[in-house]
Design a protein around this ligand. Structure first.
Ligand code: DQA
Length: 412
């Protein structure tokens, strides 16, 4: 499928131009975001001009070459009968997009002479409007008629479902985090958590296909068990925490490792050359170990069941060696569920005393927000990071995979 994205006058100045109205993103950001969202689903070409004649020539040139046009005619929207006639003249369906909610601004902007020659108009969803228009053509999302921010109900027939599966999931922060991302970006997604026991995993994957769920996160105990149920993997981490439904194909990704590194970067921590000790040998431990090693850290894994770890490149030590390994660690990461609500805690936190001053303790457990391990590390005056930091970073990367739009984490 080939889509032509046409932007009219002044849209080359996005980012500088009235950022309070059009946002901080530049025209290049728009092109990059739409291209990312289209990857694998459509070939997209972009055209921008400040002249009416050039825009008309681009519309004429789309005949026979493109399957759809996404057009933001800028101010021409409100008076160019020539652009309207061009859209009506070529047999290529078009969707009109406006970054701002033109219906909530000056009265002249409420009139569009071009929209009647289009399949519909999307206004007020920021750059997300272009992606909604793209989804209209690629068939992933039904967008018809007009969507106006403010008037549009937050859940509609076109709303797509995102989900988390795991056991347990009741305390997960993911539904709130993803819902906040979708709300801030004005994108039509809702996110729900489903408790799925291991025996029901195949049935869930079937349901995800039937319901055309746009994407779902996977947490314990399914991160490895899900792999044979998917169509394709775009990770070699050996564990999956995000599954994207691209036109019916379920593709497994892992944003845990990248999210972990993103959370360290946001704290100003560079892992290169550091000695990291990871407690645990499950999916999260694997992802974190790989990401740290890729960034140049030396990694030791401490596992409770020797033989359960398959982590080439990392030193595998036994649980009894925890205090010894901690003695030379710059960073200790708890990738076990020990200390999380509903699980037993560590038999002993004595290893915290063995950590050098200046070490960082990162507990991947996100509930409770402050674990006994974190409290012990804080008492020692060590740098402490909780699972919420990873949750937000991996969620942002997952959300981008699901929707094609990257949430701005700002100071979150
Ligand atoms: C716009 C809205 C138009 O009214 C304005 O003239 C533009 C941008 C939008 O994307 O919000 O140039 O099309």
């Amino acid at each position: 499928m080939r889509i032509l994205v046409i932007n009219g006058p002044n849209l080359n100045l996005l980012g500088q131009r009235e950022p309070g109205v059009y946002g901080a993103g530049t025209y290049d950001d728009l092109v990059a975001g739409v291209s990312r969202a289209a990857a694998g689903a459509a070939d997209v070409e972009f055209f921008q001009s400040n002249s009416e004649g050039a825009l008309i020539d681009a519309i004429h040139g789309a005949a026979g070459r493109f399957d759809g046009i996404i057009i933001n005619p800028g101010a021409y929207t409100h008076y160019s009968y020539a652009i309207r006639d061009a859209l009506a003249a070529v047999p290529v369906p078009a969707v009109e997009v406006h970054i701002s909610n033109v219906h909530a601004r000056e009265s002249f902007r409420r009139v569009s002479v071009t929209a009647p020659a289009c399949a519909g108009q999307i206004a007020g969803l920021g750059f997300g409007g272009y992606i909604a228009a793209l989804r209209h053509f690629t068939g992933d999302l039904a967008v018809s008629g007009q969507i106006r921010l403010g008037e549009a109900p937050s859940v509609s027939g076109g709303t797509r479902l995102l989900a988390l599966i795991g056991d347990p999931v009741e305390n997960s922060l993911s539904p709130r985090t993803h819902t906040a991302f979708a709300g801030a970006l004005g994108l039509p997604y809702i996110y729900l958590a489903f408790r799925i026991t291991p025996g029901r995993l195949p049935a869930f994957v079937g349901a995800a296909r039937t319901l055309n769920i746009a994407g779902f996160n996977v947490t314990m105990p399914h991160k490895q068990a899900i792999i044979p149920l998917l169509d394709r993997l775009e990770t070699d981490a050996g564990a999956v925490n995000a599954v994207v439904n691209r036109g019916g194909e379920l593709i497994g990704h892992n944003t845990d490792g990248k999210g972990f590194m993103l959370s360290l970067a946001r704290l100003g921590v560079n892992a290169a050359g550091k000695r990291a000790v990871i407690l645990g040998a499950g999916g999260a431990a694997k992802a974190v170990s790989r990401a740290l090693r890729k960034s140049g850290a030396r990694v030791a894994i401490l596992c409770r069941r020797p033989g359960s770890a398959d982590m080439s490149g990392a030193d595998i030590l036994s649980w009894e060696q925890t205090a010894e390994a901690a003695g030379s660690a710059d960073m200790l990461v708890n990738a076990t569920p020990l200390g999380s609500t509903g699980h037993a805690g560590f038999d002993s936190l004595g290893f915290v005393d063995a950590l050098p001053a200046g070490a960082l303790v990162y507990d991947l457990v996100s509930y409770p927000a402050e674990t006994a391990l974190m409290a012990a590390a804080r008492r020692r005056g060590l740098t402490v990071v909780g699972g919420e930091a990873l949750l937000v970073s991996q969620a942002a990367l997952s959300f981008e995979l699901f929707t094609g739009v990257a949430p701005d984490l700002g100071g979150a």
